[in-house]
Design a protein around this ligand. Structure first.
Ligand SMILES: *Cc1c(COP(=O)(O)O)cnc(C)c1O
Length: 403
């Protein structure tokens, strides 16, 4: 921050909309309940997968109305476990979107399966079911939709397509805790759904992920494989009622959650509704103030349910501006406002270009969504004045740079 301040000292003097204090793009809220629970865990002497994780799983499943919830070390780990536990591997094809974080596709490659990317819809960066249908082959074993920013994908269409060919639906719901689709919670629809509890997501465990499913057999497999493929959880083995014996019954991973992380998540889960209400209030204010501002489009409401509003992504109209999206981000930064860009699509990254043989020209809708997107600050403890400050700065920047 000191560097930014001195680098932008000219802007400090000139900008009438600069915030006094840096407003980050995201800031997690952790209360006394989380802190006390972590301390309790540390004092208990049981740090890794154990009773707090089991409690979190029960609470998570109940909150969503899912039969099973399995806590893992990250959403990435959960997606990998889901794919592997459904037996997906070399020779299989998995369809997903380029408009996501690298984790979604990386885990498909880690199973040995082939990643098949299809473009997003024209009007929103969620996967286009029609394009999915066009890419089905006898080798298609799974579809991995991503609910971008919390707006649910067209699940009925995707479930129909998957049902018709026996493919699994594994939802990347890293953004979608508290999202609903046609009256159903995300987490209760596909064959498996994986949420992220990373520090930057709507609720956090520091690091962590939770897989939900109604398939008890899948849940059992994921429970074994997250901890080396051994027959019982370690805490059962070493607790008074357990025994010392265990068996490795299959090839496993080290993807378990720890009780330290679960301790945090237990109380974050209690805050889902209040966090959500705050997000709704801030989003409504952003959209009220930004609607109709020339050179800018505000994010749409979800048409088929409720968004978790993980992100507030605006799109600038570069045609009507004399500067680029990158310049707008720099000017916001000079005004002490943190932003981000979601996502740099997979086909823009050198690794995927090389591995999948794709190029920037391949998925025009995804590229177009990416080219003009800016994620504005949005987190539950932001104030209405913070929103007004961002809006003042952004509207000044757009006005001064309109052509
Ligand atoms: C954050 C994110 C992930 C990865 O979550 P981790 O818990 O960090 O593994 C996966 N997919 C999407 C769309 C994400 O935004």
């Amino acid at each position: 921050m000191t560097t930014a301040r001195s680098q932008n000292s000219a802007a400090v003097v000139e900008s009438p909309t600069r915030l006094e204090e840096f407003l980050p793009f995201h800031k997690p809220f952790l209360g006394d309940a989380e802190i006390d629970e972590v301390v309790d865990t540390l004092r208990s002497g049981w740090l890794t997968l154990g009773p707090k994780t089991a409690e979190l799983e029960k609470k998570f499943a109940t909150a969503l109305g899912a039969k099973e919830a399995v806590a893992v070390s990250s959403c990435t780990a959960g997606l990998h476990l889901a794919l592997a536990s459904f037996g997906i591997g070399p020779g299989d094809e998995v369809i997903t979107t380029p408009y996501t974080f690298t984790a979604t596709a990386a885990v498909i490659l880690h199973t040995g399966a082939t990643v098949v990317l299809v473009d997003t819809r024209e009007d929103y960066p969620n996967i286009d079911p029609e394009l999915v249908a066009a890419k089905l082959t006898p080798r298609t074993k799974a579809i991995v939709p991503v609910h971008f920013a919390g707006v649910p994908c067209d699940m009925d269409a995707l479930m129909d397509i998957a049902g018709g060919c026996g493919a699994r639906i594994i939802e990347d719901a890293a953004h979608a805790l508290r999202s609903t689709y046609r009256g159903r919670n995300i987490g209760t629809i596909g064959d498996a759904t994986v949420f992220s509890l990373y520090a930057g997501k709507n609720i956090t465990a520091g690091e962590g992920g939770v897989l939900t499913t109604d398939d008890s057999e899948l849940a059992e497999t994921v429970r074994r494989r997250r901890l080396h493929g051994i027959s019982r959880d370690a805490w059962k083995r070493y607790s008074a009622e357990g025994s010392w014996y265990y068996e490795v019954t299959e090839l496993g991973y080290k993807y378990n959650m720890t009780d330290i992380n679960a301790a945090i998540a237990l109380h974050q889960l209690d805050r889902v509704e209040s966090f959500h209400e705050n997000r709704l209030r801030l989003v409504a204010l952003y959209s009220e103030l930004l609607e109709g501002v020339p050179g800018l489009a505000v994010p749409p409401e979800a048409s088929d349910g409720e968004s978790s509003w993980h992100l507030y992504v605006v799109h600038i109209d570069e045609e009507s501006l004399s500067c680029s999206r990158g310049d707008v981000i720099e000017m916001l930064k000079a005004d002490n406002i943190g932003t981000s860009v979601h996502f740099i699509p997979l086909h823009h990254h050198p690794f995927y270009q090389e591995r999948l043989g794709c190029s920037r020209a391949d998925f025009p809708n995804a590229s177009r969504h990416y080219g003009t997107a800016i994620s504005l600050p949005l987190f539950p403890t932001m104030s209405d004045d913070d929103v007004r400050g961002v809006v003042r700065s952004l509207t000044r920047i757009l006005e001064e740079n309109s052509r």
